[in-house]
Ligand binder design. Structure first.
Ligand code: ADP
Ligand code: MG
Length: 752
């Protein structure tokens, strides 16, 4: 060393990290906007001591108090200061991929250049890992951590797992908590920190043996509540509150988007300066309100900045909501419930709350699962309102009446109690193959009804994912790799065997996200476009698959004009198609993970082996049936009307659980000339006591015979044989005995 004259010695890792912290502090002083004091900073020592003293700690604090961005850093810095930074590896889970990435960026930025490289993120298909392990902070999605747990169930090498947004109570987080209880028992070095917004955290602490709760008080300016009646009065409208749908699940709580746009305009005109945050249920609503606002003359001058915020936006687009508007410009953020707790925008003064969100709901009676727009709970109302008082006193425009508020449930219902349990059971089987699903799931925080779990197990057995002993079958092992509903997963697995992958990838993606520009005004146009794409396929699935494949083709071959023309002609949404493309890649990767395709992009190439039969419509429909079975609809010709008249050409439809109708968005709706007596379907929706099938496809009886394991009874009449499927005579057909024998042999060989 030239200065001291002593022999040169490189810094040890912990000395280097301490030096970094010193540099860090200097950097903080130089970058005040990234090192703002947050409420949690005052509780830093309490947090650190609690985590030292107890292996599990709950940290409860109001949204925006700095839990996500600061607590993991406190833990890391404390270990580094204590000289044991090298053994500190912190995993921080986020329920959404978008927040894992954006929080990692934010924290890295806040930590400054010296420690930036210790921060990383890992989400499905994308990661930037910390430069070294030891003294590392990794933000990851719950899904990724669940995967890590498969190969490393005790989390060896991990010092802390910070589970963020525990209050959201999504299925994956609940499952993770159950698994962490086991890991804690087996790995004495592991510590768990649970971070939650304020609410009922006692139960959570109880679940971890009565662990301590560190409460971090937030700071909030007062926020004035204005309910629908007040809002209407303020706007000079009839103060009569329109009668809105009740909270029962039968009624869709679709918001009045014209009113939403009018209220925002009113705030822009009369409200004090400051940003507006509007909560809407979904992407479609956000787009619609944005369009309505942009049509208003007031909004043509550019003095407003309208920013959509939704989980399918890119990180960069999402970052835009943090921008400060120019002087005299008003920022208006149109968001889903992502802005409720996971993204905090500081300069909000006015909240407009439509009072609804999208929720996956499952009706065990009809076995129908759907994404409904439903009223939020009172605790969501409080959360949303609180977003307004972060920089100054604010107001919350609740677009529902006081009476409506009273009828809302106090807390949201955990996802685990709302959705079909099939995927959860598959997960349970992966993580705990030796216990019965019912037993494993009785360990989670809000155990689902044992009866529903048994139902799910039976459904999975019906579709061949689990065998009679409840073990994943070879098909089940592959379906478990697919990040989608098990039925769609089965379709994808089969499509790789029947070499028609690309159309099925499109279908699976489109059942997650509708590619059409669907809105009330557009409905007729969309239906016309679908009809044109449908041709004589009688299949909603072939419609979407043709739309996606057509779009990919013009993307590849066409110029800009062709592309725009294609989108317009078919009323397709570019944003949705992009999202769908992302899903297609994700599912292709799943197929690759399952060992079914040699390279993920191979199956997307139309000329590849995997798409050899992709243009055979009947085969595509057969593969769909094989995946969707036993979702079967029987079509009967001839209907007796209520008045007692017989209409020979009308048709009636029923599933195993009762009569159904086709949804108005289906291409098969109103078609009396369906070429088959069988339809298969994926999703249904319940409304006003009727079950509407959203999407369907005709099915050839041969496909039913060959590709499903439906029960069959045979009755021989001379040289003819009468076959009925499913014991309940779901299908009847007459065949020559030899034909029958041949088919039977084929069926057996396909199924083995
Ligand atoms: P909590 O997890 O307690 O809800 P966060 O740690 O997410 O709080 O946020 C703390 C503060 O940091 C908030 O005021 C928020 O606005 C700010 N913040 C977080 N991420 C960003 C970002 N990407 N850009 C600007 N500010 C951010
Ligand atoms: Mg947070």
């Amino acid at each position: 060393d030239a200065i001291t004259g002593r022999p040169y010695r490189p810094l040890s890792e912990s000395e280097a990290q301490q030096l970094s912290i010193h540099l860090q502090e200097r950097w903080n002083r130089a970058n005040p906007e990234l090192s703002l004091e947050l409420p949690v900073d005052a509780h830093r020592q309490r947090v650190i001591s609690a985590v030292q003293a107890s292996r599990v700690v709950v940290i409860a604090g109001e949204t925006g108090c700095g839990k996500t961005t600061r607590v993991p850093r406190f833990l890391l810095e404390d270990r580094v200061r204590g000289g044991s930074g090298a053994e500190c590896n912190i995993l921080v889970t986020q329920p959404r991929r978008i927040s894992a990435v954006s929080v990692a960026h934010r924290v890295a930025q806040e930590m400054g250049p010296a420690l930036k490289q210790s921060v990383g993120y890992q989400v499905r298909l994308e990661s930037r890992l910390p430069e070294h392990s030891g003294g590392a902070l990794l933000f990851l999605t719950v899904g990724v951590l669940l995967r890590k747990l498969q190969s490393n169930p005790t989390l060896k090498g991990i010092s802390h797992v910070v589970v963020d947004e525990v209050h959201e109570r999504d299925i994956n987080t609940d499952l993770l908590l159950a698994l962490l209880r086991t890991s804690l028992n087996e790995n004495p070095d592991l510590r768990v920190v649970l971070m939650s917004a304020t609410g009922d955290n006692q139960r959570l602490a109880q679940y971890f043996g009565g662990c301590p709760i560190v409460k971090v008080p937030g700071f909030m300016h007062p926020v004035r509540d204005k309910y629908l009646e007040d809002v209407l009065k303020e706007m000079g409208r009839r103060s009569q509150v329109p009668e809105r749908a009740k909270t029962d699940k039968e009624n869709d709580a679709t918001p009045d988007l014209d009113l939403v746009a009018d209220v925002i305009e009113h705030i822009d005109r009369c409200g004090e300066p400051g940003a507006v945050l509007c909560f809407l249920p979904g992407w479609q609503d956000i787009k619609a309100v944005q369009e309505k606002l942009e049509e208003k003359p007031r909004f043509s001058s550019g003095s407003q900045m309208i920013l959509p915020l939704h989980s399918s936006l890119s990180v960069a687009d999402q970052q835009a909501v943090f921008q400060r508007p120019q002087v005299g410009q008003r920022k208006i953020v149109l968001a889903t419930n992502i802005a409720e707790t996971s993204v905090t925008i500081d300069d909000i003064v006015h909240v407009v709350d439509a009072g609804t969100h999208k929720e996956q709901n499952y009706d065990p009676r009809t076995k129908v699962s759907c994404l409904d727009t439903v009223w939020i709970s009172r605790s969501n109302v409080t959360q949303r309102k609180g977003r307004a008082g972060r920089c100054q006193p604010g107001q919350s425009y609740h677009l529902f009446s006081r009476k409506q508020l009273e009828s809302m449930p106090p807390f949201p219902i955990p996802e685990i109690l709302r959705i079909p349990l099939e995927s959860l059971v598959v997960q349970a089987k992966i993580h705990s193959p030796n216990s019965k699903a019912v037993d494993f799931l009785s360990q989670v925080l809000d155990s689902p009804e044992p009866e529903s779990v048994r139902d799910a197990v039976r459904n999975l057995q019906d579709i061949g994912v689990l065998d009679r002993t409840e073990t994943l079958t070879p098909l089940g092992d592959r379906v478990a790799c697919m990040s989608c509903d098990p039925r769609l997963g089965k379709i994808l697995v089969l499509s790789s065997m029947f070499r028609c992958v690309m159309p099925m990838l499109s279908v699976a993606a489109c059942l997650t996200r509708d590619p059409f520009h669907n809105s009330l005004q557009n409905r007729a146009l969309v239906n016309k476009a679908k009809e044109a794409l449908s041709g004589s396929s009688y299949s909603d699935y072939l419609v979407v698959s043709r739309a996606v494949l057509g779009w990919r083709k013009v993307q590849h071959d066409g110029n800009r004009e062709d592309r725009d023309d294609f989108l317009e002609r078919h009323t397709l949404s570019k944003a949705s198609l992009r999202f769908i493309n992302g899903l297609i890649s994700q599912f292709s990767d799943n197929l690759h993970d399952a060992g079914l395709v040699s390279h993920p992009s191979d199956c997307q190439r139309y000329t590849s082996l995997y798409n050899e039969h992709s243009n055979q419509d009947e085969l595509l429909k057969a593969v769909l049936l094989a995946g969707l079975y036993p979702n079967l609809i029987q079509v009967k010709k001839g209907v007796v009307t209520k008045g007692g008249r017989f209409r020979p050409n009308s048709i009636s439809l029923r599933t195993l659980s009762g009569p159904v109708l086709l949804h108005r968005s289906s291409v098969n709706r109103g078609k009396e000339d369906l070429p088959s007596r069988w339809l298969t379907f994926f999703s249904a929706i319940k409304s006003n006591g009727n079950v509407f099938i959203r999407d369907s496809s005709t099915v050839h009886p041969l496909a039913l015979l060959l590709l499903t394991d439906c029960d069959i009874t045979e009755m021989v009449h001379g040289d003819k044989i009468e076959v009925s499927f499913s014991g309940r005579s779901l299908v009847r057909c007459e065949l020559q005995v030899e034909t029958w024998e041949l088919l039977w042999e084929l069926r057996t060989s396909i199924q083995t």
